[in-house]
Design a protein around this ligand. Structure first.
Ligand SMILES: *[C@@H]1O[C@H](CO)[C@@H](O)[C@H](O)[C@H]1NC(C)=O
Ligand SMILES: *[C@@H]1O[C@H](CO)[C@@H](O)[C@H](O)[C@H]1NC(C)=O
Ligand SMILES: *[C@@H]1O[C@H](CO)[C@@H](O)[C@H](O)[C@H]1NC(C)=O
Ligand SMILES: *[C@@H]1O[C@H](CO)[C@@H](O)[C@H](O)[C@H]1NC(C)=O
Ligand SMILES: *[C@@H]1O[C@H](CO)[C@@H](O)[C@H](O)[C@H]1NC(C)=O
Ligand SMILES: *[C@@H]1O[C@H](CO)[C@@H](O)[C@H](O)[C@H]1NC(C)=O
Length: 369
């Protein structure tokens, strides 16, 4: 079934562009030039009818930070993939380009494969809640169905030695920081940091060839968009973010501290049977536990041993979850770490099935000190 996806999805989207006028789906087309704009970006923080994946920063000026992100962690927690479509001049890094893509993969034996490429331009189309993005000259693109139930990342880059597909079949509805996808919502997960999570949890299949070596696995997939007017890291003291599922629940968490630690912003999400149980910007707390669990973390605190998440589900039930790292997949000294790990926990005191996959991010920003 999933295997048929590439062709099906493509013809659906192509077909759609011809019958566009017959549909009442909101539809938008954004052409993003490769050159950094000299005009100041306008950053959108209140949602509209164009959905979670429409570009929120226009045009892309030199300090702009924004990207579309996809990740998959294998069911056995051994392999992973991260794909970024960046509209962030600081990441492109040459002072000329606004656009770039990157792919970071981990084979089961822990070997990493990282590539990046500058893009000559990009087109992002939204259709209903779904979207497609094509980053010219990179061979990277994504597509989705208008109902956001299926996303497909296709990569064909002889230059990088990467070819293949990542397909993601949604099992949990998208959301904004404080509620479900709908117009008129505040999309800031912390002051000045925009976040839309079109795909909180999915059944994913990765089929890639990386420099001639196959990387194929099934796992848990995720997709979001983040944006800010400038380097978001400068505006926060620390943050904990992650996603995964535990028993029948899909969960996503975000817990940030402002630069001077006096303001905590949070967003918590839980879904079950493809229905949102809670999507709120209160009622969740994430704290480091075990080793190096000083809170708030300081520059020298080191990587936490694990994290504890308390998420208040609607109806007063409390989900208590421990997220325990198993493998570091990215680390920038002790300032920023990304892990694959395990979740276990209880709901209203009852043990949930042990373990599914999480992807977890943590950062501890040094400019604070
Ligand atoms: C921005 O200004 C610089 C300097 O005048 C110029 O070289 C560049 O082409 C301009 N960029 C755009 C996108 O117009
Ligand atoms: C890990 O696996 C990859 C892919 O099969 C292979 O290219 C690499 O040499 C392996 N590394 C080690 C240290 O065995
Ligand atoms: C892919 O292979 C090429 C040619 O051997 C090599 O230069 C490049 O570093 C490889 N890419 C990665 C990410 O290992
Ligand atoms: C790359 O993958 C596409 C399908 O995604 C396929 O049509 C194409 O032949 C592949 N190219 C190579 C060099 O394997
Ligand atoms: C705790 O921090 C120390 C110092 O940075 C580090 O050596 C250690 O590995 C950290 N513990 C964990 C669980 O990462
Ligand atoms: C997770 O499992 C560990 C080890 O069994 C246990 O000590 C801990 O209390 C569990 N966490 C939660 C939130 O249930």
């Amino acid at each position: 079934m999933l295997y048929k996806l590439p062709t099906l999805l493509y013809s659906l989207l192509v077909g759609y562009s011809f019958c566009n006028v017959l549909s009442s789906n909101p539809h938008s087309v954004s052409i993003i030039p490769s050159a950094i704009s000299n005009d100041t970006s306008i950053v959108q923080y209140v949602s509209d009818i164009y959905g979670p994946d429409a570009p929120k920063v226009k045009p892309i000026d030199e300090p702009a930070f924004s990207w579309w992100y996809f990740d998959v962690v294998s069911d056995n927690l051994e392999s992973s993939i991260d794909v970024f479509f960046y509209t962030t001049p600081a990441v492109a890094g040459d002072g000329v380009h606004a656009l770039s893509v990157s792919l970071s993969a981990h084979f089961a034996n822990g070997t990493a494969f990282n590539v990046e490429a500058l893009a000559d331009g990009a087109t992002v189309v939204t259709d209903g809640g779904g979207s497609s993005g094509h980053f010219d000259g990179t061979g990277f693109r994504w597509t989705s169905t208008p109902d956001m139930s299926l996303y497909l990342v296709e990569i064909d880059s002889p230059a990088l030695g990467v070819n293949g597909t990542i397909s993601l079949e949604s099992v949990a509805p998208g959301h904004y920081p404080c509620g479900p996808i709908s117009p008129g919502q505040d999309m800031q997960v912390g002051p000045g940091l925009g976040w839309s999570n079109a795909l909180p949890d999915s059944k994913a299949q990765v089929d890639l060839t990386l420099n001639g070596t196959a990387l194929s696995f099934a796992g848990v997939g995720y997709h979001d968009q983040r944006w800010a007017a400038e380097n978001y890291a400068l505006n926060f003291g620390s943050w904990y973010w992650g996603h995964g599922h535990l028993g029948p629940y899909s969960i996503v968490w975000y817990d940030l501290l402002s630069l001077n630690n006096n303001l905590e912003s949070v967003s918590g999400y839980a879904a079950r049977d493809n229905q949102i149980i809670t999507a709120t910007c209160n009622g969740i707390k994430v704290r480091p536990i075990g080793e190096n669990s000083t809170y708030p973390p300081g520059k020298g605190t080191g990587r936490p041993g694990a994290f504890h998440i308390t998420l208040d589900l609607a109806g007063g039930e409390i989900l208590e979850v421990d997220a325990t790292p198993e493998r570091v997949i990215f680390a920038n000294s002790d300032l920023y770490t990304r892990w694959i790990g395990r979740l276990n926990g209880t709901l209203a005191g009852i043990d949930l099935h042990y373990a599914s996959n999480i992807k977890h991010k943590f950062s501890n920003i040094k400019c604070k000190f």
